[in-house]
Design a protein around this ligand. Structure first.
Ligand SMILES: NC(=O)c1ccc[n+]([C@@H]2O[C@H](COP(=O)([O-])OP(=O)(O)OC[C@H]3O[C@@H](n4cnc5c(N)ncnc54)[C@H](OP(=O)(O)O)[C@@H]3O)[C@@H](O)[C@H]2O)c1
Length: 384
């Protein structure tokens, strides 16, 4: 097997490193020599002996000797050209690019099918957690009923820090930024867009349907205050950025937003930059996947396992349903905090200083908002 890695940043360098160090063991596992022929990046870096460095991705995708192209530059423009050109040249593709697959998965999967090549993308969701291979292979007996989880380590790190060190959102964000945990475009993390990319990919595989990404309306954690975290904790909850997908009448429901989860749940106890994915299947019931969602070697671990999978005969099926509509998931329990006494029925009520807090039973958001017309309030979903 001859491989070309394109993009030598955080993940790309990790892939070069693992492929070089584990070369013999990997070759034994797949019973074939594993040769990293090209490392392609904009700036030359020190490479292990025998690997050709190039600045020009075309050299990699047009080399008839290359069997697998690994796209690790990110973004939705050049990365898309690299992937499609590789596929048209009959090369298997491995990528970690969640943004591209969430937006253009349909086109890429169709091209891979037409050209009879593999496209694997385990690292695009949950970093090193082998959740996609589980969905596509181990879960095959099941119809997926629901997928939910914490899919963005940066926001989970910020929320955990707010609780642990008694910090405001702004203070915790500053620390996360100083540590280099926040994407160059912070909206991707803070406004739930990155988590939306990942839940879109999980939903596509789980419900075997393409989902137009632009129909998803994620929200993030910018409106989470320390006050709400403290009150939620007193009531037996933690606030987490939860991404959720489930079948709803007429399509699939996909939602990303700050949500109260019971302190007794597994999800509530996932702290720091860890990720968790819960999948509910009709035969197996609940399965939980937990691990690190990012990091050089963590992510490279998933990429290398994808590269090794390209020797298998059977391609993953991506013949998914088209034309499916995506809706927000608005039927839920809710947490409401207001400085006014509110005219609503509730499951739990709590008051502290000038704050009146209500947990209300499952209700359509539009109906709840009608009841709250004229009042100022803060509102989050409550899960479970
Ligand atoms: N980092 C993680 O832990 C993680 C986890 C899961 C998934 N991912 C995904 O993995 C992918 C890569 O992420 P990353 O964190 O490794 O990004 P990164 O550190 O920014 O690395 C990307 C590299 O690609 C290079 N590049 C840009 N355009 C190129 C071109 N035309 N030809 C060759 N190289 C080019 C960049 O060079 P310059 O810096 O000089 O522009 C950079 O070195 C993304 O899709 C990301 O979403 C990352």
């Amino acid at each position: 097997m001859k491989i070309g890695v394109i993009g030598l940043g955080t993940v790309g360098f990790g892939v070069v490193d693992i492929l070089s160090k584990e070369k013999d063991r990997l070759a034994k596992a797949i019973q074939e020599e594993v040769v990293l022929k090209y490392a392609c990046g904009l700036e030359e870096i020190e490479l292990p002996e025998g690997i050709l460095y190039t600045k020009d991705y075309k050299e990699v995708v047009n080399d008839p000797e290359v069997d697998v192209v690994v796209e690790l530059i990110g973004g939705t423009t050049i990365a898309k050209s690299i992937i499609l050109e590789s596929i048209y040249n009959k090369k298997h593709v491995v990528t970690a690019n969640k943004a591209l697959l969430a937006h253009d998965g349909k086109e890429i999967f169709k091209a891979a099918k037409e050209n009879n090549v593999h496209i694997f993308y385990e690292a695009s969701v949950g970093g090193g957690i082998p959740v996609l291979v589980s969905q596509k292979e181990s879960f095959i007996a099941n119809n997926t009923l629901e997928i939910a989880g914490i899919l963005n380590g940066t926001t989970n790190f910020i929320l955990s820090l707010m609780e642990k060190d008694n910090l405001s959102f702004e203070e915790a964000l500053q620390i996360a930024s100083d540590l280099g945990y926040v994407e160059a475009n912070p909206a991707l993390d803070l406004d739930g867009v990155d988590a939306a990319h990942k839940i879109a990919i999980l939903a596509m595989n789980g419900f075997e349907t393409y989902a137009p990404f632009d129909d998803i309306q994620p929200s993030g954690i910018r409106n989470v205050t320390k006050l709400d975290m403290d009150i939620a904790f007193k009531l037996g909850y933690r606030i987490k950025l939860i991404a959720q997908a489930k079948l709803v009448p007429g399509g699939i429901g996909i939602d990303v937003g700050a949500t109260l989860v019971s302190l007794e749940s597994l999800v509530a106890n996932v702290m720091g930059s860890y990720n968790v994915v819960e999948i509910n299947g009709d035969y197996v019931n609940d399965i939980v996947y937990y691990g690190r969602g990012a990091g050089r070697h963590v992510t490279a671990s998933a990429v290398v396992s994808d590269i090794m999978k390209t020797v298998q005969e059977r391609r993953w099926n991506h013949d998914y349903k088209e034309g499916t509509k995506v809706f927000p998931i608005t039927l839920s329990k809710y947490y409401i905090r207001s400085s006014s006494v509110l005219p609503i029925e509730f499951l739990e009520y709590y008051s502290e200083k000038d704050n009146h807090v209500y947990i209300v039973d499952e209700i359509e958001l539009s109906k709840l908002k009608q009841k709250l017309e004229g009042f100022e309030y803060v509102l989050f979903k409550v899960r479970g």
